[in-house]
Design a protein around this ligand. Sequence first.
Ligand code: MN
Length: 331
Amino acid sequence: MPAVTVADITILPRVIAESGARARSVKSVTTAPQGFEGEGFPVRRAFAGVDIAELDPFIHLDQMGEVEYAPGEPKGTPWHPHRGFETVTYIIDGIFDHKDNHGGGGTITNGDTQWMTAGAGILHIETPPEHLVMSGGLFHGFQLWVNLPAAKKWSKPAYQDLRASDVKLLGSSDGGTLIRVIAGEVAGNIGPGSTQTPISIVHATLAPGAKLTLPWNKNYNALIYTLNGHGSVGEEARPVHMGQLAVMGEGDTLVVQADQTQESRSPEMDVLILGGLPIKEPVAWMGPFVMNTKAEVLKAFDDFQKGLLGTIPAADITGVHGAPREVVEGN
Ligand code: MN
């Protein structure tokens, strides 16, 4: 579990909840089904089975791996389009290359983030680099889809390259949790990601037995996804384990506690903590497009077929990211 680590959490700024802060309770816990993405890399569909209104402003989350590839085995995606939202790709272990038809792209590895605003439309490809394909090795990360409000769906595509060293590092009050703020704000500490909609994204690593009480914007929703290990969440200490998503209710803080005993393959508990201001607009989502109406989604397919999103041919646009093959409407 490399991402970004520090030898001594106690030297970091501490996050301390205000006295009298109300811990959020758990609304639901769901277990992510496993599937395959792109050319066949294994993923957990973290948001499966959860009402899209509970996820708002997020759309989709895939935990990629954790997988130990044999030589020749690493897989990526073919070229494919997107419109109407943003993709945030974070690598914990391994390497991923990204390239888009607007000149964005680069290589990300342990703790780095690629942040792509598809806006009006973009084509991109996400692949492991050739040397990783040759050598095989460990691969683990996630890709999050962040919705854009109608007013920003037609914005110019943009790309942010966030390095692991830019992530804002904080410690919990008991010194047992490393808190990485990737984007947004947590207790006055700002992460590097520039967001189109108000959101916060945190990757936290809890030592066995550690308890994290994280102040959280009371206007944001809150989702806690366990990347590895096991413990409990919420003021009622509801048990959770790897691959489970907890949707949290209202309140001031988020509580996560790691069990004292963890498995040797993942000696610590890792959680992804997400939240944002709900956009509260209709969502129409099919394949690689997330718009407000079915007509807009169908127009996106039409525009793509006409080459209006770019000139690089995509072999398969319906299979990307496990997105639905029929229009999903919600909210
Ligand atoms: Mn994509």
